[in-house]
Design a protein. Structure first.
Length: 392
C-alpha cells in the first residue's frame, strides 16, 4: 500500500502525494492554487487522479515540466479545466499515454493541454469551443477524437498536431475525428502543420483528412489550415464572409468549390496545392489575389479553373507557375477545351503587366516563345474584350 508523503489543500479540495509518485485530488467544488503557488511542484509525478466531487480544475500550470507523467484520470462531473492546467507535461511512450476528457466538461481553458506528450486524446461531447493553443504542439499525438459539435476553434488550437509522431512512425497521419458541420469560426493558425488523416477501407490506405465542407463557418483565419494534411474536395459555403491569407496553402486538396461570400480570393489562399485538379469560383467573386494559386497542379499535370463573369481583377502573380491554367466561363463558345490557348499538354499561361497603365494580359508559353492572349466575355449586348488589372 502506498505511503503518504505530503498533503494539503487547493481551493475547495485536498491533495495527497504518495511514495509511488501518484497524486490524488479530492473534494467538492473547485481546485485552485492559493496565491498561484503550486504545492507539489517539487515532486516527481507519474499519475494524477482527480476525484468525482471536483467540478473545476483551475490550477494554473499544475504539472508544468512533469516529464514522467503518463496517466491522468478525470472524473465524470468535472465541468471546467482551466488555462494551462495540463500544459507542458507527459512522457512519450509507445504503448500508453491516453487522456479522456469526460462528456461533463463544457469549458476548456486557453492552452489547457499545450505541449503535452499524450498520444490518444478524446474530447467529450460537452465541449463546444476549443480555445486558443488548447492542444498546441501535441507533436506525439496519434489519435484525436472530438465527440461534440464544436462551434469555435481558437488560434493555434491544433498547431503541429502529430508532427513528430508522423516522422517516426509507419502510420503517416494522426487518426482525426471531428464534426465540422457546426463550426462557425476557425481562428488563425488553428491547424497549421497538423498531420491529420484517416484510414480508408476502399483503398486500404491512409490519406489526409477529408474536410469536404464548412457549411456554417463564418470566419477562417490566416494560415488556418496552412500545411495541414487535408485531402479531396473542399466546399466553401456562402456562410463564409471572411477568409485569411494562406488559409489553405499546401493542404493536398484535389478540388475547390469557392462559394464563399468573400469578393476577393486572398493572397496565397490555395497556393502550393500541387495535386489540385479543379477549381470552381462562384459568380459574385470579383478578384483573385497575389499567388492565390501559385504552383497549383504541379503534380496533377492539369488544373481547370471555372472563373465567373464577375471576376474583373486578377493579380499578375495569381497563377504564378501554376500548371496548365484552363479558364472557362468568361469566354465565348467559339473557344473550347480543344483550343490550344487553354494551355493543355503541360503548357503554362502567364499573367504579365501591360506596358501601359495597370492593365494585365494573359500570355501563353509556346514552342516559338510567349504568345499574347486576348480574352472576351459575353455581355447582354454582345461580346466584350476583357481587361485584367494588377492587385485587388
Amino acid at each position: 500500500m502506498a505511503t503518504v508523503i505530503d498533503s494539503g489543500t487547493v481551493g475547495d479540495c485536498s491533495w495527497t502525494y504518495y511514495d509511488n509518485h501518484s497524486l490524488v485530488i479530492e473534494g467538492q467544488g473547485t481546485a485552485e492554487f492559493a496565491g498561484g503557488v503550486n504545492p507539489w511542484a517539487s515532486y516527481r509525478i507519474t499519475s494524477v487522479t482527480i476525484g468525482s466531487g471536483v467540478q473545476a480544475f483551475d490550477c494554473f500550470k499544475a504539472f508544468d515540466g512533469q516529464s514522467d507523467l503518463y496517466s491522468i484520470s478525470l472524473p465524470d462531473g468535472l465541468m471546467r479545466i482551466g488555462s494551462y492546467a495540463f500544459a507542458n507535461c507527459g512522457q512519450y511512450n509507445a504503448n500508453s499515454n491516453r487522456i479522456i476528457i469526460p462528456d461533463s466538461v463544457t469549458e476548456l481553458g486557453q492552452a489547457a493541454f499545450s505541449n503535452c506528450y499524450f498520444q490518444y486524446i478524446t474530447v467529450g461531447a460537452g465541449v463546444r469551443d476549443i480555445p486558443g493553443n488548447c492542444f498546441y504542439n501535441n507533436i506525439y499525438c496519434r489519435s484525436m477524437t472530438i465527440k461534440g459539435d464544436v462551434e469555435t476553434i481558437g488560434a493555434q488550437a491544433f498547431y503541429n498536431l502529430g508532427v513528430t509522431y508522423h516522422s517516426i512512425s509507419s502510420r503517416p497521419y494522426v487518426e482525426f475525428n471531428c464534426n465540422f458541420n457546426y463550426v462557425r469560426e476557425i481562428e488563425a493558425y488553428a491547424f497549421q502543420g497538423a498531420v491529420i488523416g484517416n484510414w480508408y477501407e476502399s483503398s486500404m490506405s491512409y490519406r489526409g483528412f477529408v474536410l469536404h465542407s464548412l457549411p456554417r463557418a463564418e470566419t477562417i483565419g490566416i494560415h488556418a489550415f496552412d500545411g495541414c494534411t487535408l485531402y479531396g474536395d473542399l466546399y466553401l459555403s456562402p456562410a463564409t464572409s471572411s477568409i485569411g491569407e494562406y488559409a489553405f496553402q499546401n493542404t493536398e486538396l484535389l478540388a475547390v468549390y469557392y462559394k464563399a461570400d468573400v469578393r476577393g480570393i486572398p493572397a496565397y489562399c490555395f497556393a502550393r496545392n500541387f495535386d489540385l485538379q479543379y477549381v470552381e469560383i462562384a459568380n459574385g467573386t470579383t478578384g483573385i489575389g497575389r499567388y492565390a494559386f501559385e504552383l497549383c497542379g504541379r503534380d496533377s499535370g492539369s488544373t481547370t479553373y471555372m472563373v465567373p463573369f464577375s471576376v474583373n481583377s486578377i493579380h499578375t502573380q495569381a497563377f504564378q507557375n501554376a500548371k496548365s491554367l484552363i479558364v472557362v466561363d468568361n469566354f465565348p463558345g467559339s473557344l473550347g477545351f480543344n483550343d490550344p490557348h487553354w494551355g493543355l499538354n503541360g503548357d503554362v499561361i502567364y499573367l504579365r503587366r501591360a506596358t501601359d497603365a495597370d492593365a494585365c494580359q494573359f500570355y501563353k508559353k509556346t514552342a516559338s516563345g510567349i504568345m499574347k492572349m486576348i480574352f472576351y466575355k459575353k455581355t447582354a449586348t454582345g461580346v466584350e474584350k476583357m481587361q485584367f488589372y494588377k492587385g485587388i
